[in-house]
Write a protein that binds this ligand. Structure first.
Ligand code: GLU
Length: 630
């Protein structure tokens, strides 16, 4: 804070002493802010933002320009994304935020994950006509009131601001209100997402009204306005989070969930949910310690339970630490990564769940002795050696989970008898969005949020302009399992917002959307950066290789055809090309204040990365001008 005030004083002196010079400087800055050589990569000073959308990134940059910090910028950009990318995340969903606070030199995490209502049970997706049988995953379960968890996103924004920000919630919502009123131009990605979801969107009157104007997906190039969401954000700005968790918006959510506003004859039976205003009233954001994983001179900070993100990427890094991964032999490097991912996912699937409900053997899972037993299963010469394969596994390339219980150094005995079960790879959403911010003081935010599927449950809250999540489909329905639905429980997530401290004191932040591929995308970016020596933009743009203890290893782009892809196939890996995995963003903030920030250039239509001030502008203006007069 003191540093800020000193900077402000210097800036004011400059403004008062040289008005003419400053006016020119302003013009330079504003031009510099908007004129980027590429929208995907930027380098400069004063702070940086990268998100999935240019307007949302600009909102964050504007907040930094007005003196806001990284937390303010993250929340304002996220609120804007709720308007311009409503199918990825918003106040109807949940998320996880990892924050590095420069002044106290610590990393904290905020858990804004959705929570099951009191009515949740293991048979909540069952067919009322056919007791004991769960309805199909899509479109039935994913487009149901039963799948809607109590949203955490709004309270997470409010907590982040009140604990670590400088703006009020009302201030942080203003740019998003303007965007919702002015509307945004529908691009190809948005239009095709509506088309892909047309059947289920058309099943709900409120969703039809908003996203299917005239009964059809909005035309590419048309402007989509959302006055209802502008009204909702305005209500929140004036009445605060109580309007949502204890007031009229909450009442509307409960009413929407039980039962959802379907058309007269929906094309599939829509399962109602049981969420009440009491469930909303009880919701709380948790402040949790990060997971901490040392890896080759870096320290990686991730999201702990109920997300599996930090722990599973952590197990992958712990396994890999025992190998010499060389850029000169990328096939052998990716072979090890694939095998480490396979084993880590077997353990994730068997043991991880909401820590407030299950006794997860964390000490054992993270102990070097347990990791050594798992590492010993990784062979150098072939994909997943036969003797290590699960005996009953179908397909045969699935690993059985290890047993961490003997390695629990935790003196308190486990109260739960675990029944490690290798879960088959279930269908998961590919929605979600990630953003990163940093400010001139060196605070950094890495934030992943979601409504689960693209378009969440497909149910817009009538009159309020936002989609409700379908996050409760992330629970496992086969009992016994640590991730079964229970009242008040949070479903296990894969979201892996990551912050890392590098060997030179630089701070990195990165993350991705993509369901369980988030974990492998984040691990892959770290390997690209740390082991293969790639630049940040290259690490983000590189092909993805994703093994999640399934029979095949998914790859995107034309990776399968490359020499490395061929070499992996020769080692016995079964590569499965998929259109795209993980539209990531990231940044590196160096100790001298320089920041490199990068967004995905192609996947999902590409994101945007911006710095407050590029290097040339900074040279013209001098360091003190990083704080601009109001
Ligand atoms: N529900 C997913 C999770 O929490 C995120 C949604 C997605 O990215 O598809 O892991």
């Amino acid at each position: 804070m003191q540093a800020n005030r000193r900077d402000i004083t210097i800036a004011r002196r400059i403004v008062l002493g040289a008005m003419g010079v400053c006016l020119c400087a302003w013009l330079v800055v504003n031009q510099g802010l908007r004129a980027q050589t590429t929208p995907f990569v930027a380098e400069g000073y004063g702070g940086a933002v990268a998100t999935a959308d240019a307007q949302a990134t600009q909102v964050g940059i504007d907040v930094l320009q007005q003196g806001g910090n990284a937390i303010d910028a993250a929340v304002a950009s996220a609120a804007a994304l709720g308007v311009v990318e409503p199918f990825y995340g918003g106040i109807g969903g949940g998320g996880f935020m990892v924050i590095y606070l420069k002044e106290s030199d610590r990393v904290i995490t905020l858990d804004g994950r959705e929570q099951a209502p009191a009515s949740a049970s293991v048979d909540m997706f069952n067919d009322p006509e056919n007791p004991g049988v769960a309805l199909p995953f899509a479109p039935h379960r994913i487009s149901s009131g039963a799948a809607v968890g109590v949203p955490g996103t709004l309270l997470e924004w409010a907590e982040a601001l009140s604990r670590y920000g400088t703006l009020s919630l009302a201030e942080a919502l203003q740019p998003a209100i303007a965007l919702a009123e002015e509307g945004f131009v529908v691009d190809e990605t948005f239009a095709s997402q509506v088309t892909q979801n047309q059947l289920r969107f058309a099943a709900f009157t409120s969703t039809q009204d908003l996203f299917l104007p005239g009964g059809q997906p909005p035309a590419i190039g048309s402007r989509l306005k959302n006055p209802d969401l502008a009204k909702t954000y305005r209500l929140l700005a004036t009445q605060g989070v109580n309007a949502f968790y204890r007031g009229e918006i909450g009442a509307a959510i409960a009413q929407t969930v039980q039962p959802p506003p379907t058309i007269a004859e929906p094309p599939f039976p829509v399962i109602p949910g049981g969420m009440t205003l009491t469930d909303l009233d009880r919701y709380a954001v948790r402040v949790r310690p990060p997971t901490v994983t040392p890896y080759r001179g870096y320290t990686l900070y991730g999201m702990g339970l109920p997300s599996s993100g930090g722990l599973t990427t952590g197990e992958i890094f712990r396994l890999l630490e025992g190998f010499d991964l060389s850029p000169t032999n990328p096939a052998q490097t990716w072979h090890r990564v694939i095998e480490a991912e396979r084993l880590a996912f077997a353990d994730r699937n068997a043991y991880l769940g909401d820590p407030e409900y299950v006794d997860v053997p964390l000490a054992g899972l993270q102990s070097e002795e347990f990791i050594a037993t798992r590492r010993a299963l990784i062979g150098g010469g072939e994909a997943f050696p036969e003797e290590n394969r699960a005996p009953q596994a179908e397909p045969e390339f699935r690993a059985t989970p290890g047993n961490p219980i003997p390695y629990q150094s935790d003196p308190s005995p486990s109260l739960t008898t675990f029944q490690p079960v290798a879960q088959p790879k279930g269908p998961e959403g590919t929605s979600t969005t990630h953003l990163v911010t940093c400010d001139r003081s060196g605070n950094v935010v890495s934030y992943t949020f979601t409504i689960e599927s693209i378009g969440g449950s497909g149910i817009v809250v009538p009159g309020y302009g936002f989609l409700l999540n379908n996050e409760l489909t992330d629970f496992d329905l086969g009992v016994p399992h640590p991730n079964v639905p229970e009242p008040g429980k949070r479903p296990r997530s894969s979201m892996a917002p990551t912050i890392a401290r590098g060997p030179e004191g630089e701070m990195l932040a990165f993350g991705s959307p993509g369901g369980s591929t988030i974990i492998t995308t984040v691990a892959g970016i770290a390997v690209n950066l740390i082991d293969l020596g790639m630049t940040l933009p290259d690490a983000i743009a590189a092909p993805r290789i994703s093994q999640r203890n399934g029979g095949t290893t998914q790859v995107d782009g034309d990776f399968e055809q490359t020499a490395v892809g061929q070499a992996l196939t020769d080692l016995g890996h079964s590569l499965e090309p998929v259109p795209e995995i993980g539209a990531a963003v990231g940044l590196i903030h160096y100790p001298d204040g320089l920041t490199t920030v990068a967004a995905e250039p192609v996947r999902r239509g590409g994101g945007t990365a911006m710095v407050l001030m590029d290097a040339a502008t900074r040279q013209t203006l001098g360091r003190s001008s990083l704080i601009l007069p109001p």
